[in-house]
Ligand binder design. Structure first.
Ligand code: ZN
Length: 292
């Protein structure tokens, strides 16, 4: 979730960030108050790609914590549910998730999906890390309408992949766990379901260099703020403002995707809700309508 306080740190700074910035008592109280019965985004293993995405979407609207699902394509297609732990806004794998992969059948593509829940936006708003609009009341009323009609237009908010999501280090660890489990490489795709659609991402060769953040500064060193990261959060806010103004967000998304590419070495691609069913299963960041 790009609006949570993880916005301020890069992939390698996470642990320190957790120590310095624990969830405030007020935010925790508000989280507990919101912990109404949540309809979990559990995806049955034999669900179709589309049913799984619908479950993740329902989770975006109604769950209090984000949810991870892997859509595995090979001899057959199935959803797997790797166990996770940690922050409700940014989950980590519990143990070695690659152990879930079937070692006795052929696996060609692993599509790692998760969702960014609206509840995270409310928590970030509570802590002053997110815009004050749409208000908690607006989101509450959207949730009520959603229960009656899941196709109701979502509020003007979106949460592109977080720094933790697009960390090349995280990706490389998972890749080597999978390789060890299966004995060969498979294609990995990544995506996050948000209230507006799906953001897919993939890593460019430049990711390793661009994400090699310097070690944490010593206490006696004064360090200038890291510009690239500040600019991605600014551009994300501009994108959200475009949504709120009811304007076409095409340009704003293009600017955002350019910033991810230039500063993180990550290609991101957005597919809006109405378009998901028109694309191939887990089409990924490199998919283009005309061919590919
Ligand atoms: Zn995420």
């Amino acid at each position: 979730m790009l609006f949570s306080n993880c916005m301020e740190r890069g992939p390698n700074e996470r642990k320190i960030g957790e120590i310095l910035k624990p969830l405030s008592a007020a935010a925790l109280a508000s989280f507990l108050a919101h912990a109404e019965p949540s309809y979990s985004a559990e995806i049955p293993p034999d669900a179709s790609w589309r049913d799984g995405i619908e479950a993740l979407h329902r989770g975006v609207v109604t769950d209090t914590a984000e949810h991870v699902g892997w859509y595995v394509m090979g001899e057959r297609e199935q959803w797997l549910a790797p166990p996770t732990r940690g922050d409700p806004d940014e989950r980590f794998y519990e143990g070695n998730p690659a152990e879930l992969l079937p070692s006795d059948e052929e696996v060609g593509v692993m599509c790692e999906m998760h969702n960014h829940v609206l509840e995270s936006f409310l928590r970030a708003q509570e802590q002053g890390h997110a815009p004050s609009e749409p208000s908690a009341d607006t989101i509450r009323s959207f949730r009520e309408q959603f229960e009656r009609d899941p196709l109701v237009i979502p509020p003007p908010i979106d949460a592109p992949p977080s720094y933790g999501d697009v960390s090349i280090e995280r990706h490389e660890i998972l890749r080597s766990q999978i390789q060890e489990r299966l004995g060969h490489e498979i294609e990995m795709r990544h995506g996050v379901k948000t209230v507006q659609g799906i953001w897919y991402w993939d890593f460019l060769p430049s990711a390793k260099d661009l994400q090699a953040y310097p070690a944490l500064p010593r206490l006696d060193e004064s360090v200038a703020p890291q510009e690239p990261r500040a600019s991605i959060s600014e551009i994300t806010l501009q994108y959200v403002r475009t949504l709120q103004a009811g304007e076409d967000a095409f340009e704003a998304r293009a600017t955002l995707s350019n910033a991810y590419e230039q500063t993180l070495g990550v290609r991101i691609r957005f597919v809006q809700n109405e378009e998901i069913a028109t694309e191939p299963v887990c089409a990924g960041a490199h998919y283009q309508e005309d061919g590919n």
